[in-house]
Design a protein around this ligand. Structure first.
Ligand SMILES: Nc1ncnc2c1ncn2[C@@H]1O[C@H](COP(=O)(O)OP(=O)(O)O)[C@@H](O)[C@H]1O
Ligand SMILES: [Mg+2]
Length: 236
């Protein structure tokens, strides 16, 4: 579904992603773990076209996407749930959901097609509060809104950057349940996390990243059993 091959990304002269290669198979959730500064967000931004790689290729459903502007990548069906949620504070919940959906919506056979009704059905609290401003929501509700907003573009693939950041434990568990539900609809997911337990709960495969490279990959079960990797790269 998504494949990175020897991707190198820079900020000016800083060489951040140093030959990154991995794949996300169709219908799977792959978690990308690593300490602060490992290059996780840069990976997401490289895929979404926000910080295009200087070298290497990114292919999505067999077609190269590296080098395309970010709006075109979004239209191909790659949705982004950004780190820090980035909801529009001066818009209502309903507006947050409907404004970005314009133009970028596309339908695809075999995938669930999202609209306001189906997003509200997944997150009933957003319907209850649809006329509230984005800022009047709790952290967990803001995260649901950020996910709902990405769904409104009808992605087949979703990039999630630290959805559990700043949330209470009970909310983090809910985020795990949401990710599993999304997978059941056929979505493929790249989940960036610092929360080791959420990643192991929600993902089919885990990648550990350090200094812009993948240093380990395996199943959640293998990572849970590997205390060396947990200590060395994840600070568990
Ligand atoms: N806009 C930027 N300009 C320069 N350096 C940056 C920028 N954003 C991130 N970095 C650097 O890139 C590295 C990787 O950052 P990032 O991808 O945000 O890591 P993570 O998401 O894993 O915490 C860090 O050393 C960070 O300081
Ligand atoms: Mg980050």
């Amino acid at each position: 579904m998504l494949k990175l091959d020897e991707v190198h990304t820079y900020y000016g002269n800083s060489h951040i992603l140093q030959g990154l290669s991995f794949e996300v198979p169709q219908g799977k959730c792959v978690a990308l773990l690593g300490r602060n500064g490992a290059g996780k967000t840069t990976t997401i931004h490289s895929i979404a076209g926000l910080t295009p790689p200087r070298k290497g290729t990114i292919t999505y459903r067999g077609k190269p996407v590296s080098g395309l502007p970010s709006y075109k990548i979004a239209r191909l069906g790659i949705g982004l749930v950004p780190q820090g949620r980035r909801i529009f504070p001066s818009l209502t919940i309903r507006e947050n959901l409907t404004v970005p959906a314009k133009d970028s919506r596309q339908k695809d056979k075999g995938h669930k097609s999202w609209d306001l009704e189906s997003v509200y059905a997944l997150f009933p609290v957003l319907r209850e509060r649809e006329h509230n401003m984005g800022t009047q929501l709790s952290g967990g509700q803001q995260q649901m809104l950020a996910i709902g907003r990405a769904l409104m573009t009808n992605p087949q693939f979703i990039l999630m950057d630290e959805p559990s950041e700043g949330l209470a434990p009970v909310m983090i568990e809910q985020v795990g349940d949401i990710i599993k539900k999304l997978k059941e609809t056929g979505l493929s997911i790249l989940l960036v996390e610092q929360n080791f337990y959420l990643a192991c709960d929600a993902a089919d495969e885990v990648l550990v990243m350090n200094k812009g490279q993948i240093v380990w990959k395996g199943t959640p079960g293998e990572l849970l059993a590997n205390e060396d990797i947990q200590h060395q790269y994840l600070g568990v």
